[in-house]
Design a protein around this ligand. Sequence first.
Ligand code: PLP
Length: 769
Amino acid sequence: MLNLTDIQPQQNEVYLDNNATTPVLPQAAAAAIHTMNLCYGNPSSSHMTGVRAKYILDSTRTLARQVIGATDGKIIFTSGATEGIQTAIISALNAARQTPHHISKPVLLYGATEHKAVPETLKHWNQMLNIGAEVVAIPVDNDGILDFDFIAANVDSALMICTMAANNETGVFQDLQGLEVVIRDNNPNVLWMVDCVQGLGKISLNMSNTSIDYAPFSGHKLYGPKGIGFMYVRETAPYTPFIAGGGQENGLRSGTENLPGIASLNAIFKLLADENDDTFKSHDVLVSYRAQLAKALAEVFPEIVYNHNFDCSLPTTLNFAVKGLSSKDIMNLFDAAKIRVSAGSACSSKVTGSFVLDAMGKPSWQSEGAIRMSFGPASTQAEIDYACTAIKNAVMAMRNSCLILSDTDENVDSKVNGLQQWIYDQQCTWCYIDKDSKEVLLIDPVPELVAKFDTLVSCQNYTVKAILATHIHDQQSNCPAEIREILATKMPAGSYDQLGWDPASTLTVILENGETAPAITIGNKVVAQLALPGHTSNSVAYLLGTPSAGKLTANAIDYVFCGDTLQIGGIGRSDFKVSDSEALYQSIQRLAASITNQTLMCPAHDYKQLFTTSLELECANSALLNKVIAGNVDAAGFVASKAELDKKITVSDAPELCGNINKSIDPSIDVNPENLVAFLVENDVMVLDVREPHEFAAHQQKYLADQKIVNVPLTKLTEFVHDFAGQKQDENFVCICRSGSRSDAAAKTLKRMGFANVYHVPGGYALVS
Ligand code: PLP
């Protein structure tokens, strides 16, 4: 295991994720350490050590009152805002239980863009305390502003209303005074919680001048450590302790106080309250920082779209999307360039949007592609300057990878070549580029990836040779046709059929099974079309390889794009209206007779990050497939067994799950970060950085323990399997990425594809540099 002191930030990191958590101010850290070292007493002890600790507790409470303008009411120290939210909600719901109300259909109202801690806590305690209210979201408009008419119409039935001062994803702030008028005009007594977590230090708060009943705050969102927070409770608001015990905090919140955390708040509050200290910047300065960052972003992403209106947002948050770029693309690039931002959907293989942006009615591409860049009220001019430079540098890497177009005349000579696999929502789009002939081919395109493809094509002036589908389901829109329309100027005119194939422009090749197949050229290779009805009546495979004397033999095929006929870990399903299992039986045999057992198969889906497969692997996995290919089952037997298999596809899998997946994966072998250097010194190893080329380009380090790092992005892993087939047995490979997740997936695939000595580094570059 690494020593904690070995875990270090990278040099010159640009931290722009302050809405997630802030760094700890040196003054706050010093206060906590001083308290731990020297003022370690228990504030409840009556000896002098305890009295000193109690002074820290009491004086911090006084300072808290000052910074949030609470001359009366309670200030209670908590572990953070989530605890404050629990306490407020339990207090309000318990009061509703104890005091009879005459509301026939009570509701619990919350803003549709609240932090999940709010609706989830409302639902949880509504159920646990048997309140029987309906938990209802207050809609917001396109700017994220709460619908006052909705509140006016519904708040008289509310037992509680929960709103927020400022949103954590967008920085959108609410008009608390206007909100108060609409709430109190319609229900003077409803209990009102305002989540002030993102507001403290950024907007002026004056609790005692409002009728807010509960306001939770969190230390780690304002330069304090994690695990400390506090809450304001209005004098007249009902209160139920969430934590009972030794009676600390006047019996309002038991448990020995987190004194070091409280001491750190003390230091922060003092800075906030000190008008002569400029640690916390004025609103105008923060607005100028935002303008500077927005200018840098506009220079590198001319197509940038902000997901919120700056006029009603805190200056410290910039939430944006760039058409054609996923949030993953941007976030990964920035991370490689040491710029830390956050992305709503970066960690999921299923594409998910942001519920906040969805509630604001933003288009799905904006929600799915959202990036949040957040600095803090104590950010400095030097940090913002450095961030702007880092953003500009990072984006050069993106241009060189043809992910964005250059707005200057510079001629980018992209290294993009060969086969790429793009995955969107577990669907695979395969892009094949022949750099020399400048021809490009797209197979099984997903509409959401078209903008990315368009940029790639424009970036290098490629000719689009074809846009092909391996099959089209009944109700499915005709993706190739739609994309052809968008790319009309970049591909030859032709009379394309439903699958995007132009029968007029084809040559023919003879396949291994003796069939004559139509084909098109790309560079000096061909793509032959092999009809494989079964999954749908129009299913085909495309065989890409190098022909010789009019033949495309099995050995000469590099890849087979097999659509849903065969999947990784299963035979494609054949229970659709347009399916025909008997035809599928024949098709599998026809395919098997045209390729080798090792030919790389590139299916239209990848449900489990397995990338590619081969007949050999699939036969080892499926007894039925094995029998079909060996001729040990007849068509009728196959149809019966296949019907049984298809029944096992659960309803929740449909309609995306086009195959029957059941795959166990070999674990890859870890090289733990603390052993990596020794491992690289002792062994002859090829280090594979499996991040995307733009990330690799942005990451300046090109050697690990004197071993050159080779970039093999996951999008090109299948090509690597093909090109390095000859080194499978002899070479050692160590995969590495940012955090160990992509390297794990890559190592597992390489092992599954027969590479004997494959390792990966858990924790990735985050722990090794
Ligand atoms: N409310 C908002 C608006 C937040 O941003 C967060 C944290 O992300 C929370 C509540 C939860 O705060 P804590 O981490 O202190 O529990």
